[in-house]
Design a protein around this ligand. Structure first.
Ligand SMILES: N[C@H](CCC[C@H](N)C(=O)O)C(=O)O
Length: 279
């Protein structure tokens, strides 16, 4: 049976979104790679599937696969797009939507400005929970990478993130250090790698080399992770404008034991159909 999908993007981080509620969808790693391929498929950074909730507190289940075919725990730009998808298809009212992922619950609320505000939960700083190999939590961790020692902030937003502070994102060693840190043995499940320049106590610029996708134009969980690291290190105030290559997010973390909030856009690009027997 052919499979309909919606192509969406959040600040240029792009997705193939599939309704697995009306009709069950079964994707394997190879099929995800085919869909995500920018020459032989639709092309995207991640594939997102909405499914009926497994638990009783969520409205829907939200599954995410990176373009390399691996299923992962969370996607910040993706959750905004999935909420937009559910509302536009009449599967959810234009109000707060609770989504369950393998990493927990996420709540998305449309704003009056046409954006999506997301309760991203409490950033996890315990290294073992990221997971990251370290004795105890620290604001920064030294890590030897290609013979040099870099200072990393490490945090989980449900998915693992390493954050490096750089002087300027334009000259950050994204393509050189991104893949090396992504695959570093200290990160048993690999990691997303953010390169953050502090422009002011309420303003950063950020580039992210994503686990399983490479550098993307924007990374929502990466923006949240970078702000969390900046606040923990005393570099940032609780509310921060995050400038990514693809555009801006606003991230607000009012206190260490409170949820971190992210607000940004979610856009539909086109609807499409995959030929029968291909998903
Ligand atoms: N590459 C991420 C998943 C997508 C996250 C990103 N697209 C976002 O907006 O948060 C990971 O492997 O954890």
């Amino acid at each position: 049976m052919s499979l309909t999908f919606t192509k969406m993007q959040g600040l240029g981080n792009d997705f193939v979104v599939i309704d697995g509620i009306s009709t069950p969808v079964h994707l394997d790693a190879e099929r995800v790679r085919q869909i995500a391929d920018r020459r032989y498929g639709v092309g995207c950074d991640q594939v997102l599937v909405a499914e009926p909730a497994l638990g009783t507190t969520a409205d829907f289940r939200y599954r995410i696969w990176n373009r390399d075919g691996e299923e992962v725990e969370h996607c910040g730009n993706g959750v905004r797009c999935l909420a937009r998808f559910l509302i536009d298809r009449g599967l959810a009212p234009a109000a707060t939507i609770t989504l369950e992922t393998v990493s927990g619950l996420t709540r998305v609320t449309p704003t009056d400005e046409g954006l999506m505000q997301v309760d991203m939960g409490i950033p996890v700083l315990e290294p073992a929970a990221v997971p990251f190999q370290a004795e105890a939590p620290a604001p920064l961790y030294p890590l030897v990478v290609e013979g040099e020692t870099v200072q990393l902030g490490v945090v989980s937003m449900g998915n693992p993130h390493a954050v490096l502070r750089v002087d300027a994102v334009t000259t950050a060693p994204v393509s050189r250090l991104g893949p090396v840190i992504e695959h570093h043995p200290a990160f048993p499940n690999r990691a997303n790698v953010g390169f953050m320049a502090i422009m002011g106590r309420d303003h950063i610029q950020l580039r992210v080399y994503e686990r399983g996708a490479g550098e993307t134009l924007a990374c929502g969980t990466g923006a949240c992770a970078a702000v969390a690291v900046g606040i923990i290190n005393g570099w940032l105030e609780p509310r921060v404008q995050v400038d990514l290559t693809g555009g801006q997010l606003v991230v607000h973390w009012p206190g260490k034991d409170q949820s971190l909030w992210m607000t940004g856009p979610a856009e539909t690009v086109f609807d499409g159909r995959l030929p029968a027997g291909e998903a």
